[in-house]
Design a protein around this ligand. Structure first.
Ligand code: PAF
Length: 288
């Protein structure tokens, strides 16, 4: 369907040159940042970029500074050839695959961080301190390298998308953030690179996370019960159907500020994180 002349670029300098050439050709630049181990969720972001931009760049970079020492940096999957194949098949023009020394030169220890105050401490920030500083710092760098017109993010990482949208506003990046819907397996499990860590038994239980979100949405739409009632029902649902999972959090929040709300009125975000043996999975739903 697409021409096969996709470029793979490793250096910041070459990436800047490639973007500059696309700009000279009058193209609108779409950008999809990823850490690789691509799945249909990422592919849907490339599709969205392809549909509204004349030139599409994907980055694949497993960003070490967004992992805590106890997390899965060393085991994070790197199926580069397969990832490049997916990007080519979905019509990316360029894939930026810098190595860690290109992004964080060892002879120039980084002195600058981009961090975002309370939005970064909510939800996942509580059990992953510093994570969103790592995300903001690398995305700020990538935006400066690529200079896209549009940035494509997935709604599964709702907090990440909210934080990056705010960073873009606060720091006046001239880019539109486009948040695309979560892509799910046929049984409702949100697609994630970390699903690969699930054992067969855990994989069978994991759709309960989405099931609990649907239950929450139904309760809220029906009778707007207090948030704690919804959280209790979700806990019961997950504990019964996914006994291998340990609930990290289930929270009902304001969809913009990410602050907990006691009532389920207005637009609310229902978000959760559940830990299985090797995989910590997140999911969410926004209910009107
Ligand atoms: O969502 C991800 O894969 C990463 O957090 C991102 C946005 C590519 C930054 O490393």
């Amino acid at each position: 369907m697409f021409a096969n002349d996709m470029e793979t670029i490793k250096t910041i300098k070459a990436m800047r040159e490639s973007v500059a050439a696309a700009r000279r050709a009058g193209k609108k630049i779409g950008f999809v940042p990823t850490m690789g181990a691509l799945h249909e969720g990422h592919a849907s972001l490339v599709d969205a970029a392809r549909a509204s931009c004349g030139w599409v760049a994907v980055s694949i970079f497993v960003n070490p500074i967004q992992f805590a020492p106890t997390e899965d940096l060393a085991s994070y999957p790197h199926p580069l050839e397969k990832d490049l194949e997916l990007c080519r098949a979905r019509g990316a023009d360029v894939v930026f695959v810098p190595d860690v020394n290109e992004m964080y030169p060892p002879d120039r220890p980084r002195l600058t961080d981009v961090s975002i105050r309370e939005l970064g401490d909510a939800l996942c920030g509580r059990s992953r301190p510093g994570h969103f500083t790592g995300v903001c710092t690398v995305v700020a760098k990538l935006l400066n390298i690529v200079g896209p017109d549009k940035l494509f993010l997935g709604a599964k990482d709702y907090q990440q998308a909210t934080i990056l949208r705010r960073m873009i506003l606060d720091l006046d990046y001239p880019v539109d953030a486009v948040v695309c819907p979560t892509v799910r397996e046929s049984d409702g499990l949100a697609m994630s690179s970390r699903n690969a860590y699930l054992s067969a038994g855990e994989r069978g239980q994991a759709p309960a996370l989405h099931g609990s979100l649907l239950l929450a949405a139904e309760m809220i739409r029906k009778s707007r019960p207090p948030a704690e009632q919804v959280v209790a029902a979700m806990k019961e649902f997950i504990t019964a159907r996914a006994p291998a999972g340990k609930i990290d959090y289930i929270q009902i929040c304001d969809s913009e500020s990410l602050r907990d709300v006691p009532e389920t009125r207005g637009l609310v975000l229902v978000a959760l994180a559940v830990r299985f043996d090797k995989a910590r999975l997140i999911d969410n739903i926004v209910v009107e």
